[in-house]
Design a protein around this ligand. Structure first.
Ligand code: FAD
Ligand code: 5PR
Length: 373
């Protein structure tokens, strides 16, 4: 096909930016609509495994991500003070896992989008899509495209406007995610990722996934049950947390009124595409973060979509190929992440089994085993 094809994309999150860059790299023109007034990431820190790093390389964002991310030497689990699992990471022959602030990842992707000359319209709220290939914004205008992408997150309006049958599940646990200065928590084991669990004699379970995400910044995902009003409160009440995890006191006492509590959730769609509209990322497959693969799958599927378009004569054929090729891995990952969320199995240590690491160890469509950098 010689004439330039055009995509309209809802949402400038990780899925939207990845889709935009990957299509633009393959000769498409693209426009991204973002409802927020500013282009920035929300939330605290993020984990990106090998698979996501390969996609970032292909999107020309890897070097910038690497520069300023954290590469912990090990990943451990400690329950009631006892080390239950310990794995090296980021060392020759071991898995790679970079941790970083969400803003750091976002800026690297945004800078790549800008270098590629991608148009991003802020304060442009998408309200619907039409399978014929049109996207509608809040002021009533329609934008036509060869391909429409709904990358507008877990509350996707694009998805909802298409009436795709959907299954939604919420879990009993949720997390407060915060960034804090590392302060004295540096060097030795404090440079590891540490999944701290506390199982009290009173039946209470608390957990802090302790994650250095730069030289100076610490990310903590603090898990408490929905019915634990004291520990799930916002602003964070440090008392129960310091009691369970006294070693983290300096970080816990620095939190102030920061933080937000979010429940785990999962959405599964019958189809990821209808007509000329595809949904990508959390709009299609939100999952609990237990395998740290939500953004990883979002980025793999965004790149995979652009590759499938390149390989197909029509958008509809491309969308069919895309789902057939990419969906099984995401379904598997989502299902396993959900089991881990429901069972609290991670308290016994991470398994590092091939089943749990299938996405992390996958070489995504459109990437090569060697980093191009
Ligand atoms: P989003 O990041 O939600 O982006 C959607 C974008 O669309 C936003 O910019 C939003 O403003 C915009 N938007 C929304 N509605 C509209 C509209 N109507 N019109 C226009 N724009 C709109 N994943 C990992 O890979 N590693 C991790 O370590 C990890 N940790 C996590 C921890 C927690 C607690 C949670 C909840 C998730 C975690 N995830 C992780 C998952 C990851 O955050 C998501 O999978 C990822 O953000 C999905 O990207 P997205 O672009 O699909 O959606
Ligand atoms: N792993 C990661 C993570 O961010 C979370 C979990 C597991 C990287 C939560 O934020 O189990 O909830 C988890």
């Amino acid at each position: 096909m010689s004439e330039t094809r055009h995509a309209e994309i809802a949402g400038a999150g990780f899925a939207g930016l990845a889709s935009a860059i990957a299509l633009k790299q393959r000769g498409w023109s693209v426009r991204v609509h973002e409802s927020s007034p500013e282009l920035r990431a929300f939330g605290a820190g993020i984990y990106i495994w090998d698979n996501g790093l390969h996609v970032l390389d292909s999107l020309d964002a890897y070097q910038q991500v690497l520069n300023g991310a954290f590469a912990a030497p090990a990943y451990e689990t400690r329950t009631n003070g006892v080390r239950l699992s310990y794995q090296r990471i980021n060392q020759p022959g071991y898995r790679r896992l970079l941790t970083m602030t969400r803003q750091h990842l976002y800026e690297a992707m945004l800078d790549s989008a800008r270098r590629h000359g991608i148009e991003i319209v802020t304060r442009s709220e998408v309200v619907a899509a039409d399978p014929e290939g049109r996207l509608k914004v809040a002021d009533g205008r329609w934008f036509e495209a060869d391909l429409v992408i709904g990358a507008d997150g877990v509350k996707s309006k694009v998805r909802d406007s298409l009436d795709i049958p959907l299954e939604r599940q919420r879990y009993h646990d949720g997390l407060t995610r915060v960034l804090a200065p590392r302060g004295p928590l540096k060097g030795g084991d404090w440079d590891n990722v540490i999944d701290f669990w506390h199982k009290g004699e009173d039946g209470r379970t608390l957990r802090i996934l302790y994650t250095p995400c730069s030289e100076d910044t610490l990310y903590m995902a603090m898990m408490a049950g929905l019915d634990d009003h004291e520990a799930a409160a916002i602003p964070v009440n440090p008392a129960p947390w310091v009691e369970a995890f006294p070693g983290l006191r300096p970080a816990l006492e620095s939190l102030g009124d920061r933080g937000r509590y979010d429940l785990y959730e999962k959405t599964v769609l019958k189809e990821w595409a209808i007509g000329k509209v595809a949904v990508v990322g959390d709009s299609a497959h939100a999952m609990p973060p237990t395998l740290a693969q939500g953004a990883g799958c979002a980025m793999m599927n965004a790149l995979g979509l652009a590759v499938a378009m390149e390989e197909s004569d029509t958008v509809e054929e491309g969308l069919a190929l895309w789902q057939q090729r990419e969906r099984p891995l995401t379904d598997h990952t989502q299902g396993r992440a959900a089991e881990l969320a429901a069972s609290r199995e991670l308290a016994h240590g991470m398994s590092w089994s091939d089943t749990d690491m299938r996405a992390a160890g996958h070489l995504p469509t459109g990437t090569s085993a060697a980093f191009s950098a």
